[in-house]
Design a protein around this ligand. Structure first.
Ligand SMILES: [Zn+2]
Ligand SMILES: [Zn+2]
Length: 301
């Protein structure tokens, strides 16, 4: 297995953009009318945590092929949420690597891999970011979809069974928990009864944290669905010159003139799409002609 991991290529990261729920909805309607001839009849998804449950329904709207899921590869050796295996790659690189490993293990030309992360965000909660990578090793295509979403999940130190119950009951019953006591750690616990069954009388206080593994974390499911929709959007956006996918307008070109003094501001005046294969590029101006003076370095230094 170690050889397989070493052999799988790490590809250069692409520029990515934030992808909101609102955009996902618009893209969804457009995608429904589009055919994705890029997919083979069989694609392999590398997942230990049942991500096909979120990914396949999104693909199904556009593709009738067979999704082979490969669950015997321990994806946690590439880094795990409990921190026991350090993450040396970025989530994007990790998603691409999993997609390449899917091809290598299955012998298929097309693979999917996905990776998520959680980061504290200005003390407001956790930002969940999900990447899903598609690779076609024969045609040398690598495209990565991404979505980000704030989630309410957090950890807590509980002093008593009542405090623990109050904390857990704020979240969906399908959310699993990790309990840390003085000497032990228990993962994948659902509901207050199964958590309390692991706590001995002299264990209090105990630490309870969300189990972020995909099959145990309903809040990730939504983000993963959006990321898959973003992937489809990118796959269906082809370069006008060479037809390589991923031709999306996401590179900001700053300098929209200030409404008061006309100086260039730090707001986008256009968005550029650039082909990752032939480097053909097109830019589209934004609809606004002027930026609010709030963004102007001269009027609002
Ligand atoms: Zn091109
Ligand atoms: Zn100004």
């Amino acid at each position: 297995m170690a050889n397989i991991v070493k052999k799988a290529m790490i590809s250069k990261p692409q520029i990515i953009v934030e992808y909101t729920a609102k955009i996902a909805k618009v893209a969804d309607d457009k995608l429904r009318r589009r055919y994705l001839p890029i997919f083979d009849n069989k694609i392999c998804l590398l997942t230990k945590h049942k991500k096909q449950n979120q990914i396949l329904p999104v693909l199904r709207a556009h593709w009738a092929g067979e999704l082979i899921t490969w669950d015997s590869f321990d994806t946690d050796i590439l880094g795990s949420f409990d921190g026991k295996t350090a993450r040396v790659m970025s989530p994007l690189q990790c998603a691409l690597k999993k997609a390449h490993i899917a091809c290598e293990l299955s012998g298929l030309n097309q693979g999917l891999g996905s990776e998520g992360s959680f980061n504290g965000f200005l003390g407001m909660g956790n930002m969940n970011e999900e990447f899903i990578a598609f690779v076609d090793i024969r045609r040398k295509i690598e495209i990565v979809g991404v979505a980000r979403k704030m989630v309410s999940l957090q950890s807590c130190v509980a002093e008593s069974p009542e405090a623990l119950d109050k904390f857990i009951s704020q979240f969906a019953p399908e959310q699993a928990w990790i309990l840390e006591t003085k000497c032990n750690e228990f993962k994948g616990l659902f509901g207050i009864d199964s958590v309390l069954a692991c706590v001995k009388e002299d264990d209090w206080p105990v630490t309870i944290s969300p189990d972020f593994r995909a099959m145990h974390c309903p809040e990730r499911h939504i983000t993963l669905e959006y990321a898959t929709k973003d992937l489809l959007k990118r796959l269906s956006a082809k370069c006008p010159s060479c037809e390589y996918p991923g031709f999306v307008f996401e590179k900001k070109i700053l300098g929209l003139p200030c409404e008061l003094c006309g100086s260039p501001t730090n707001q986008a005046k256009a968005y550029q799409a650039e082909c990752n294969k032939c480097r053909f590029s097109v830019s589209k101006n934004v609809e606004e002609q002027q930026a609010a003076s709030f963004y102007c370095p001269m009027c609002n230094p």
